[in-house]
Write a protein that binds this ligand. Sequence first.
Ligand SMILES: CSCC[C@H](NC=O)C(=O)N[C@@H](C)C(=O)O
Length: 595
Amino acid sequence: MGPLGILSTLEQLPAVYSPALSHDGTKLAYYADFTGRMELYVADVRSNSAPVQITSGELPDVVEAPLRWMPDGAGILIVKRLGASPESSAWCIDLRTREMRQVAEEMPAGTPGRVSPEGRFLIWNAALEVYIADIESGELCRIGQGMAFMQASDWSRIGGGVYVTASDSEPLRNRDVYYVQLDGCRATAMQKVYSSGPETMDLSGRVSHDGRWLAITTRRSDRTWAVLADLVTGSTTTVTGGTLDAFPLTFSRDGSRMLVLEESPVTVRLAEIALATRRRRVIATGKGVVYDADYTADNDVVYVASDPRHAPRVMLHDSAGHAASALVDPTRDVPGAFPTVATRKARFTSENLCIEGLLHAPAERAGDRRPAVVLLHGGPSARDRLEWNALVQLIVGSGFTVLQVNYRGSAGYGDAFEHLNVRDVGGGDARDVAAAARWLQDMPGIDGTRLICVGGSYGGYLVYRQLTRYSDLWAAGIAWMGITDWTSLYYETTDAVRLYCRALFGGGPSELPQMYMEASPIHDVARLTAPILMIHGKNDPRVPVTQARRFRDRLLELGRHNVCYVELDEGHGLTARAARIRMYKKIAEFLHSLL
Ligand SMILES: CSCC[C@H](NC=O)C(=O)N[C@@H](C)C(=O)O
């Protein structure tokens, strides 16, 4: 199938968001746009019967926050954004009558947490602030003023308070777990529950159904562990070991077992730990990425996973039969197929570093020398993993080999690797991308004269960097939401990204003007001669559209006619399906023009 076929398949591929089991583990709720609109669905997990559509057009088109079950299973809390404002309102849908009742309004930008066991209060996690909303009166109380509260994770089953992650130091490097006692939605007292030491990350998680255990994620000595706090005795124990980073998720209903995610740099798998013996069992979820999991009423496991060939699916793992079946599979009813992407890990050397990537190849044709795309993630501390990527499908389906590169600065390879880009923005990381291009040039079956550099956000920045500083390597480039000028970005972006820039550069542009200038492709724009497709969101608060407009204007002043420029009615992420498809179409057309 060519790019047009893949585009139409992508256009029809339903999106499924925020699957969540009811508190008693019998029902699965999720958002999906099977009908072309985003609606809420509920399915019975035991019978695996057809899901019931609960809403009919009442939801916003773009889901901005996960849904939450009311503890009695009679209702579901959903969040709506108020127009263009960052504020939200929370609504409860009665599953029997389908009535929607507003339960809280004018909540600051944030994410809903769990509803309290008796169904009266809702945790609301905003940036560095935690609120408790009274669902009956609509009152909203901020808890923990004077400290940076990162998030509240769950409710005590015994004391009526919440467990939170908080930081008592700047710049938030040390995080500990606290218990906050509540009277209604107001905090009355607070005590530290767990700290593994100074400058460590201890993050509060779920409470077991019987209220005895609290799951804690601890990051220290470059590793992530699952810790179990006994809320009755106050003791804590580390329950994971081995070589993989482990993230505790949730407890079985009888409190005897716990699910953990085990991460390698490019995969995430699911394991179960017997709490009494600490015996660990890996649940066969396939080679890909598991995002979330929970126990059903029958102690089977529902999990969400994807791999390069399958978009995220909700799967049911039958613990007795050790077999998995799909509860929700967006690809199941989509006519046509995606190209069979043969994916393998790739490793190459850049200076003294071993850089890992993922190589996706189209079907081979004898005597064929294929063009290739180097596809770059953002962050910069994100990473590419063995998971579903619609763009990879599109580009491979267009006849290109794709190499994703976890350049220095990517997460998953240890703290030292992740910080190698500090005070070296566009330095070593850009050399890693150039090394990736040279590695591809030496590969049999690749046409080294037709390499295209593609990426978004920080990945878009690296595209601009490559086309200006390593122009001999590239036949073309595609950048979306990319940074072209770090100095103006610093003054025009959000507070959070400004802080991030300070950490990345080691200060602001007034202290380090040369470093900010050196890192900015706008000052090298004259070196760019290859065809380029620039895409940017008009409403991007993180990397404002002026970054793209100024760069395009300079290219046009220089008489470059091979600039294709597109603005989307979007922010930093591509949340609306229509915008995503429009971007994919532009990319497919551009790539086709290079063949
Ligand atoms: C310093 S790059 C700013 C944009 C970036 N997005 C994509 O790469 C970003 O928001 N990065 C950080 C702050 C993040 O991903 O959280």
